[in-house]
Write a new protein. Structure first.
Ligand SMILES: Cc1cc2nc3c(=O)[nH]c(=O)nc-3n(C[C@H](O)[C@H](O)[C@H](O)COP(=O)(O)OP(=O)(O)OC[C@H]3O[C@@H](n4cnc5c(N)ncnc54)[C@H](O)[C@@H]3O)c2cc1C
Length: 457
């Protein structure tokens, strides 16, 4: 089969790239290969009843399938260059923001209309944070919510499915360079194309590393972020979340001068498992629909670890720490803040007696046996710092789930077109190591689509 463009991966990067290509040129022949299931077949078997923890499905429905890792996410599209990736380094800050706004318009016209856009611009919390040694980052955030995010994906698929060949449950194994394009060896056979967009996200991190190695495309080691997910009564943070929804706050620790930051805040949300390459870590989400709200808010506290020579395997380091929690707890561990401070493990009884009802069935345990001291000390310091702007954060019953790890892909060598050393072979989204968010990954998809068609003119 011969295509004009083959897109590998149907996450936001791949979807918005396909959308823009079709919008600009109806005649272009596109195939999308996706190792996961179609959207309606994506179902994590954990029901909290019969199946309580991750059973390691062949294709993880949380991470893979139409919609990518973001399909059941909170659908927070952060429109900012301050975090979420470094796309702006390749395409410029203004263009990056314009593309993120354009993606926002697509989302609104495909089911997202009526959802709220929050902004930190001009907020009084900026001053309160600075007075307490905390730095509130600038951003606008569109909160679609898990439910509306799903509707937007359904609508996008409905629009694209008759115009594009989608191959689900079809991982691509190899990419070969031909004289006039590329050959893609997928689970169901060989396909060729003139141009190829690789958008395989974090779940494709090992695969993209292999492809780069085979094709002699350079990569650089990246970072890993390690920490915990905090869960507390929603009222503790409601003054912030009502106005800002998500506040990205950075704290510089006194002890080690490490940066600890809040990440992925989910007001009235739920804590969930995440399975990356068989390792179970923790994440969170929340629904726009008020009937699905919980009484809790959750967010991550993360410390970035950048390694210098000779160590190169930052993801391996994060995996080893996550494996420790899986070894001790059979999955994710939960601990009361009060137990952590007193140097004792949490037990089922202690968690049950607490005032915060966990939204994830995790094993009560001791995170100090899992997290390196430097990281744990930073997290504890930040919890006390946050307690000054949101009193109650450092309560004994605040729950900490571990570990939360943000794996970053190796950064792939691409030029300002997001193109590798092979003309027409693009690597975008989280799989490129350049983006780490829905908005940046989606923007990179639109960018290559436009760039590709401009080059063909
Ligand atoms: C639970 C959760 C909540 C999140 N919440 C947010 C949020 O609120 N806001 C935010 O900005 N970000 C959030 N994120 C991160 C966000 O989902 C990602 O940044 C985004 O999805 C990256 O898009 P992508 O297209 O680059 O990759 P992905 O979304 O990871 O998509 C890549 C796709 O490629 C497929 N693939 C991989 N290898 C192959 C192969 N060899 N052949 C074929 N297909 C392959 C995968 O199955 C996957 O579907 C969340 C992530 C998770 C897991």
């Amino acid at each position: 089969m011969q295509y004009d463009v083959i897109i590998i991966g149907a996450g936001p990067g791949g979807i918005y790239s396909a959308y823009e290509l079709k919008k600009l040129n109806k005649d272009i022949k596109i195939a999308v290969f996706e190792s996961g299931h179609p959207l309606e077949k994506r179902k994590c078997p954990i029901d909290g009843d019969k199946i309580k923890t991750c059973i390691g499905c062949k294709s993880c429905s949380i991470m893979s399938g139409f919609g990518g890792a973001g399909a059941f996410s909170d659908g927070k599209y952060n429109i900012t260059n301050d975090f979420g990736g470094t796309l702006y380094e390749f395409i410029g800050k203004r263009q990056a923001l314009e593309l993120m706004r354009y993606v926002d318009e697509i989302n609104l016209s495909h089911g997202g209309a009526g959802t709220k856009l929050y902004s930190t611009a001009g907020t009084r919390f900026k001053k309160i944070c600075i007075q307490n040694k905390l730095n509130l980052l600038d951003a606008s955030v569109r909160h679609l919510g898990t439910d509306i995010n799903y509707v937007v994906l359904q609508n996008l698929y409905a629009e694209l499915r008759d115009q594009i060949d989608f191959y689900f449950d079809t991982p691509v194994h190899t990419i070969r360079v031909l004289e006039d394009g590329y050959q893609v060896e997928a689970e169901n056979g060989l396909f060729s194309c003139k141009k190829c967009v690789v958008s395989v996200g974090r779940s494709g991190s090992k695969w993209i590393e292999k492809v780069c190695h085979e094709l002699g495309i350079g990569t650089h080691s990246n970072r890993v972020d390690i920490g915990v997910r905090v869960e507390l009564p929603a009222v503790v943070f409601s003054h912030l979340t009502d106005e800002l929804y998500e506040s990205k706050i950075v704290y510089r620790t006194e002890k080690f001068e490490d940066d600890v930051r809040t990440f992925c805040m989910n007001p009235n949300g739920a804590v969930v498992n995440e399975n990356t390459n068989g390792i179970v870590t923790v994440n969170g989400h929340s629904y726009e629909d008020k009937s699905k709200h919980t009484d809790n808010t959750n967010f991550a506290l993360l410390v970035s670890k950048h390694f210098s020579e000779p160590f190169k395997d930052s993801n391996g380091y994060g995996e080893s720490i996550a494996r420790l929690s899986n070894m001790l707890g059979g999955g994710v561990i939960v601990q009361r803040f009060g137990d952590l401070i007193r140097g004792r493990r949490s037990t089922v009884k202690r968690v049950e007696e607490g005032t915060v009802t966990p939204t994830l069935a995790a094993t009560p345990g001791d995170l100090s046996l899992v997290l390196p001291k430097r990281i744990l000390d930073g997290i504890i310091e930040m919890i006390y710092a946050l307690d000054r702007i949101a009193p109650g954060t450092a309560n004994d019953d605040t729950l900490l789930y571990g570990v939360e790890v943000k794996f970053y892909n190796m950064e792939v060598d691409v030029n300002e077109h997001l193109e590798t050393r092979y003309p027409g072979l693009y690597v975008i989204g989280d799989g490129s190591g350049i983006t780490h968010s829905l908005s940046h990954a989606s923007a990179s998809g639109v960018y290559v689509a436009r760039d590709m068609l401009r080059a063909a003119q």
